[in-house]
Design a protein around this ligand. Structure first.
Ligand code: XLS
Ligand code: NI
Ligand code: NI
Length: 439
């Protein structure tokens, strides 16, 4: 099996332009094409996730997995893990994705104890390194899976059990070392079970303090290790917990500020998590940007009628446009990228569906990038916002912004002026129509 291709029907995907009807070609993603003076490849920094794409069986709460993955014998052996890794790199290479991301337990099986588990991870990491060197594909970020195993039933860093906290610390230490060994550009903390099912059994304050202490230890160890990658926190409001402590961008930022960790973390914002939190993706991106803390993006989308993290491939060009408008405004990613934290539907069970899904996501983002760049070149959206705030550029507005006004001076000003009538329409529909002109 080792030398047989895992994806014999998958050619190297090429850019063929918008008119192509070839389902195994890009219509918009042309890695070499320049947009705003930078190659598309470097704007988009696409990343394939190991968990959904190579470990997801496509089970749901009502049915078993349906995924057909001929290269995977379903066993927990290191040999199977290595074969799977080679299949993953074959796929990513043919797709032309420059990055990937994984949890420790995605890539290597759990052993009988921590020591065995660590050596399994080391063994598979060797294969990953070989494959990275062979293909030039790089690790966007690594992470530790602190939510599947029963030991994490009450959480990891926020468990009521101190020994579980210690296990989680040891696991994250190892996952950071492996990420460092593989030259990872980042490391993500997503607290799947860092939250609660009921407050009746929960000491919220104590759990939050433990989480802060855990992250502080991670920062200290990062320095000791000499790992230069970016740390990310990935907000999500719930699922599997009723309430996850990192519930949205604002909650994460407040927590990091409280724990004096803001300088050491950026946010990894996921579209479907934003909507689960009752926000739009663009809201979450704006909150992160305002704090200069937008690091990376888990690119997917949810379903309006399904209230959980459906993690669908992002195919909505309106949404990818909104995302790329913010990424361009930020001046592009530095360590982050567009990480397809997305899974094919249970009905899309063939290996080739993995290709169709990623091609769809990559093209939707490439198109979103082009639309966003065109909107920026057009300038009307930006000018509208600038003009909307023009009263802050001079006079009383500028005085307030410079900190030269107080309640008394403002009262004097208004007693003189008499009243403040609404002067400007918000023009939402006019603005929405500008976006449509470019899509
Ligand atoms: C789950 C999260 C998870 C993180 C990595 O909802 O999105 O996949 O991205 O632990
Ligand atoms: Ni995610
Ligand atoms: Ni998710």
């Amino acid at each position: 099996m080792a030398d047989k291709e895992a994806f014999p029907d998958l050619p190297k995907i090429q850019y063929e332009g918008p008119k192509s009807k070839n389902p195994l070609a890009f219509r918009h993603y042309n890695p070499e094409e320049e947009v705003e003076g930078r190659k598309m490849r470097d704007h988009l920094r696409f990343s394939v996730v190991y968990w959904h794409t190579f470990r997801g069986a496509l089970a749901d709460p009502f049915g078993v997995g349906t995924a057909v993955r001929p290269w995977d014998d379903g066993s927990d052996s290191v040999e199977n893990a290595r074969r799977r890794a080679r299949a993953a790199f074959e796929f990513m290479e043919k797709l032309g994705a420059p990055y990937y991301a994984f949890h420790d337990r995605d890539v290597a099986p759990e052993g009988a104890n921590l020591k065995e588990t660590n050596s399994n991870l080391d063994a598979v990491a060797e294969t990953l390194k070989e494959e990275q060197e062979r293909t030039g594909i790089r690790l966007l970020w690594g992470t530790a899976c602190l939510f599947i195993h029963p030991r994490f039933v009450h959480g990891a860093a926020t468990s009521c059990q101190a020994d579980v906290f210690a296990y989680a610390a040891a696991q994250v230490k190892k996952a950071m070392e492996v990420t460092h060994y593989l030259g990872g550009e980042g490391y993500t903390f997503w607290g799947g079970r860092e939250g609660y099912g009921t407050l009746l059994n929960t000491d919220l304050k104590r759990e939050l303090d433990h989480l802060g202490r855990f992250l502080r230890m991670a920062v200290d160890y990062k320095r000791k290790l000499g790992f230069k990658g970016q740390f990310y926190i990935e907000p999500k409001p719930k699922e599997p917990t009723k309430h996850q402590y990192d519930s949205d961008a604002a909650a994460c930022l407040n927590f990091l500020r409280e724990q004096d960790l803001l300088g050491d973390f950026k946010l990894n914002i996921e579209t479907n998590h934003a909507t689960l939190a009752g926000h739009t993706m663009e809201h979450e991106l704006e909150v992160a940007l305002a704090a200069d803390a937008l690091g990376s993006i888990d690119a997917n989308m949810g379903d309006q009628l399904l209230g959980w993290d459906t993690d669908q491939f992002p195919t909505d060009v309106y949404q990818t446009t909104q995302v790329m408008l913010r990424v361009l405004r930020m001046g592009g990613f530095s360590t982050g990228g567009l990480n397809f934290d997305a899974k094919v539907r249970r009905e899309s069970f063939e290996p080739m569906d993995l290709a169709y899904a990623h091609i769809a996501g990559m093209d939707a983002f490439a198109r979103g990038l082009k639309v966003a760049a065109a909107l920026r070149a057009d300038g009307r959206l930006r000018e509208f916002v600038e003009e909307r705030y023009a009263s802050w550029d001079s006079g009383i507005g500028a005085q307030i912004e410079r900190g030269e006004a107080d309640f008394e001076s403002l009262e004097r000003h208004m007693l003189e002026q008499g009243d403040a009538a609404p002067r400007r329409s918000g023009r939402q529909e006019y603005l929405e129509n500008i976006i449509n002109q470019f899509i």
